[in-house]
Design a protein around this ligand. Sequence first.
Ligand code: CP
Ligand code: NVA
Length: 314
Amino acid sequence: MNLKGRSFLTLKDYSPEEISYLLDLAAELKAKKKQGITGNSLKGKNIALIFEKPSTRTRCSFTIGCIDEGGHPEYLGKEDIQLGHKESVEDTARVLGRMFDGIEFRGFSQETVEKLAKYSGVPVWNGLTDLYHPTQILADFLTMREHLGDLKGKKLVFAGDGRNNMANSLMIGSAKMGVHFTILAPEELWPQESLVELCREYAKESGSVITITKELDAVKDADVIYTDVWCSMGEEDKAAERVALLRPYQVNAELMARTGKDSTILLHCLPAVKGNEVTADVFEKYADVVFDEAENRMHTIKAVMVATLGNLDA
Ligand code: CP
Ligand code: NVA
């Protein structure tokens, strides 16, 4: 599999085989790191990390993943560079593309990350936009593989804001990988119909079933219950409205019991607002899985950088 030179902007651009390859590579890099073996595949590569929004996991994963492989990461925060203040995305992209070998972008607009890719001429990786969070899905799927085995045919239910970046990206990834995917949310927070249609097209190939519902019984037989904050970054003013809409969809002991299974796991991309989308007791019960998932951000992000920019023979 050769992904050299490719950007990673949304999972829409990646085939099931390519996604599987990235998961396999991440598992291999993880196993090596556990044995104290890191690589040199990013030796001589300079990587820009642009963050318009805050981050713990994504920032640290790109930084450590890059350094583990011999590369140099450079953090460029919102206030540190001219992007969006004094300079157009196109111009910043052309400058960074002359100096850096790869660029990570976290921010608001999906259009910005796409423009960075178009104008920089180097691989650009989406570290989260309002629309998508594709690197997170790789960590989620690696964690599912580790805890549940093969992804195909597993049932994943996302309870919460069904139109946010996580719901969108989980739906795309699940549809591609043959994971049965349900969004459990009030109608006001259902995903865009056009994206659901697109995912149902992918699902025809993979055998996945995509369900959008407001009925709590939909969690029955779930292998994974997934949740995320009720207000994403940039939507803080919507807090009261979201609490009112989403309270019935809180992941609590009662909702977990409705799966009818003891083996169901909880996943959460983090950070978590305990008492909102998940209760503290449920979170603690599944903390080992959730922090495996957080650790897997690093191994999967490293795999994305190595596959698209690295020299695998180094
Ligand atoms: N899950 C995730 O993207 O976390 P950060 O916002 O801390 O990067
Ligand atoms: N939906 C959340 C994800 C955080 C990783 C947000 O955008 O804030």
